[in-house]
Design a protein around this ligand. Structure first.
Ligand code: F6P
Length: 328
C-alpha cells in the first residue's frame, strides 16, 4: 500500500520557464488546502543535496503568480547524476520528514526524478516546465505560451527596422532540438520563411524562396530559424551563405536567446500552472507516483514520466502547410 503523504517538497530544475512561480504557488496552496506541510527546495536537485529547504505556507507564495523566473531558483545538478549525490538527497528528505516530491522542469528534471524513485521508491510527480514544448504527454508545457508571445513581440520589432532598411533578417529562436517555438512564432509574426529541424528546407530551396519573395515585390524579409535547425550550422552561417550566393541583399542576424525564458507569464500559463499544481499534489496524496501532469485536449491527465522522457513530440503538419501558404 502507498505510504501516507504528510509533507511534500517542491523544486524547480533545469532551464527556467515563465509560470514556474505560479506552479510553485499552486503546489504550496494545494498542500495548505489539504492541511499537509510543504517545503520549498532551492536550486533544484542541488538544493536537495545541500538540504536547502524552507517550509512554505499559503502566504509564502503571495504575489508570485505574475512573476517570471523561479523564486526557488533553478540549477542543472551534476552531483545528482551520481549515486552518492542521490544518497545524500534521500537522507536529507528523510531527515526532514518529506514523503513526496513535485519536480517542475523538463526531461532532465524528470530523468533525475525517475532514477531517484527507482533507487529509493520515493514518490515523485512531475510538472512539465520548459519553453520548448518538447515533452510528450502534454499538449503544452508550462512557459511555452509566454515564450511564443515574447518571441512574436520581438520579431514584430525586428520587422519594423527590417522594413525601414529593406533588410533580410535571420532571427534565431530557442527550442533546443524541436521547432515548435519557431513554427508558431514564425506564423504568428508573419515570417517569410521558417526553418525547423523537423522539416529540412535545405540551402538551395532557401535561396529560391528568398528570390521568389523578392520577385513578388517584398523589400524586406524575416526568416525565423529554430536553434536546432540544420539547414546551416547556425544563423551566422546562413547569413554568410546568402551574402556569398545572392546579390543585393543586406542581411542581419538577431538571436533572441534567453529573453524568451523571462517575463511575466501569460494568462494561459498562469491558469495551466495552477491546474497542474493542484493535480500534482492531489495525485501524490492519492498514492500515485512517477507520473507527469499533462494537459490533453483541455483535460488534466497523468502520463507516465518514463514515456514523457522517451516520447517524441510531433510538429503540427497542418501549421507547416499554413506557413507555406502564408509565404506566397
Ligand atoms: O530548455 C530550455 C532552453 O532554453 C532551450 O531552449 C535552450 O536550448 C537551453 O534551454 C539553453 O540552456 P542554458 O540556459 O543552459 O543556456
Amino acid at each position: 500500500m502507498a505510504q501516507k503523504i504528510r509533507k511534500i517538497g517542491v523544486l524547480t530544475s533545469g532551464g527556467d520557464s515563465p509560470g514556474m512561480n505560479a506552479a510553485v504557488r499552486a503546489v504550496v496552496r494545494t498542500c495548505a488546502y489539504h492541511k499537509i506541510d510543504c517545503v520549498g527546495v532551492y536550486r533544484g536537485y542541488e538544493g536537495l543535496i545541500d538540504g536547502d529547504f524552507e517550509p512554505m505556507d499559503a502566504r509564502s507564495v503571495r504575489d508570485i503568480i505574475n512573476r517570471g523566473g523561479t523564486m526557488l531558483k533553478s540549477a542543472r545538478s551534476d552531483r545528482f547524476r551520481t549515486p552518492e549525490g542521490r544518497k545524500i538527497a534521500f537522507d536529507n528528505l528523510k531527515e526532514n520528514n518529506i514523503d513526496g516530491l513535485v519536480v517542475i522542469g523538463g526531461d532532465g528534471t524528470f530523468t533525475g526524478g525517475l532514477i531517484f524513485n527507482k533507487e529509493y521508491n520515493f514518490p515523485i510527480m512531475g510538472i512539465p516546465g520548459t519553453i520548448d514544448n518538447d515533452i510528450s504527454g502534454t499538449d503544452k508545457t508550462l512557459g511555452y505560451d509566454t515564450a511564443l508571445n515574447t518571441a512574436v513581440e520581438a520579431i514584430d520589432k525586428i520587422r519594423d527596422t527590417a522594413s525601414s532598411h529593406n533588410r533580410l533578417f535571420f532571427v534565431e529562436v530557442m527550442g533546443r532540438d524541436v521547432g515548435h517555438i519557431a513554427l508558431n512564432a514564425g506564423v504568428g509574426a508573419g515570417a517569410e520563411e521558417i526553418l525547423i529541424p523537423e522539416e529540412n528546407l535545405g540551402l538551395d530551396r532557401l535561396l529560391e524562396s528568398l528570390l521568389r519573395s523578392k520577385a513578388s515585390g517584398k523589400t524586406s524579409s524575416i526568416v525565423v530559424v529554430a536553434e536546432g535547425d540544420k539547414t546551416g550550422k547556425n544563423v551566422f552561417e546562413l547569413k554568410d551563405y546568402v551574402d556569398e550566393n545572392l546579390e543585393g541583399y543586406d542581411v542581419r542576424v538577431a538571436v533572441l536567446g534567453h529573453m524568451q525564458r523571462g517575463g511575466s507569464p501569460s494568462c494561459y500559463d498562469r491558469v495551466l500552472a495552477s491546474r497542474m499544481g493542484v493535480k500534482a499534489v492531489e495525485s501524490l496524496l492519492a498514492g500515485e507516483s512517477n507520473y507527469m501532469v499533462g494537459i490533453q485536449h483541455e483535460k488534466m491527465e497523468l502520463y507516465p514520466i518514463e514515456k514523457a522522457i522517451k516520447g517524441k513530440t510531433h510538429i503540427n503538419k497542418e501549421l507547416v502547410r499554413v506557413s507555406e501558404i502564408m509565404t506566397t
